[in-house]
Design a binder for this molecule. Structure first.
Ligand SMILES: [Mg+2]
Length: 244
């Protein structure tokens, strides 16, 4: 990432796409506790007010939660992996019909929750998430769950995301890759920085392979389509500070 600053300083129109959980803030036992620090909010505010710089938070969280964390900032926000978009202060929903797969998937998730104490289901507008961060047998149960879901997904228009202590089933039509495509098509950026930590961000990195100038960064270990990797949330915050 040696010449990142040089590229950033020379650019005429910059785009910064940041995932939230596991990228800007560390995971908490309870998702509602992943509140941004005053320092982080200040960094994001200053970054978004830089000349020719568009900063977008691109999260899998629902609209209400992500709005509570970063809604006070004058930035665009993407919630539910692209199903909802806040642009110039107004939230808009994609028109998607998920009724077909929601019922059968919910039934399977309910079974997993029953046999795995500590796990819980989150119902969003366009996806269902099964969280197991507080469940002792969560990982083993999640592998069983994934097997069942992979078996049924081909007959429905949904995709399965093996996230960080969460299994999420989302509509085929949505994803951070498609959301990124929509953003880029609307403007001409000569600097793109995209940072994220889990499988849902890989769609964003993959799409950005078409844009050789994009600087894609995965937070944490593991295989990735991103060009670079950073160790943890602290290293992301350090990097953002250098852009101020
Ligand atoms: Mg994340």
């Amino acid at each position: 990432m040696g010449d990142l600053l040089e590229k950033y300083n020379q650019a005429n129109n910059r785009l910064i796409l940041l995932d939230y959980d596991g990228t800007l803030v560390d995971f908490k036992r309870v998702p509602e506790e992943a509140v941004p620090s005053i320092e982080l909010l200040d960094i994001l505010r200053r970054l978004s007010s830089k000349r020719n710089t568009k900063l977008i938070i691109i999260s899998g969280r629902n609209q209400k939660e992500i709005e509570k964390f970063v809604g006070e900032l004058p930035i665009d926000i993407i919630a539910e992996h692209g199903a909802l978009l806040k642009k110039q202060g107004e939230w808009k929903k994609l028109k998607i019909d998920i009724r077909q797969w929601k019922e059968p998937v919910l039934a399977i998730l309910n079974e997993s929750t029953m046999s795995c104490p500590g796990s819980f289901i989150e119902e969003k507008n366009f996806s269902l998430a099964w969280h197991y961060r507080n469940a002792e047998t969560g990982y083993d149960q999640s592998r069983k769950l994934l097997n069942r879901l992979y078996g049924m997904s081909s007959s429905f228009h949904c995709k399965i995301l093996d996230g960080n202590k969460v299994v999420e089933i989302a509509d085929d039509e949505i994803g951070k890759g498609k959301a990124t495509k929509d953003i880029i098509e609307h403007d001409d950026y000569d600097f793109i920085l995209s940072i994220g930590d889990d499988q849902t961000d890989e769609e964003m990195f993959e799409f950005l392979l078409n844009h050789p100038e994009a600087i894609t960064v995965k937070v944490g270990e593991g295989n990735t389509k991103a060009k670079y990797q950073l160790e943890n949330v602290d290293s992301v915050v350090k990097l953002l500070k250098r852009l101020l």
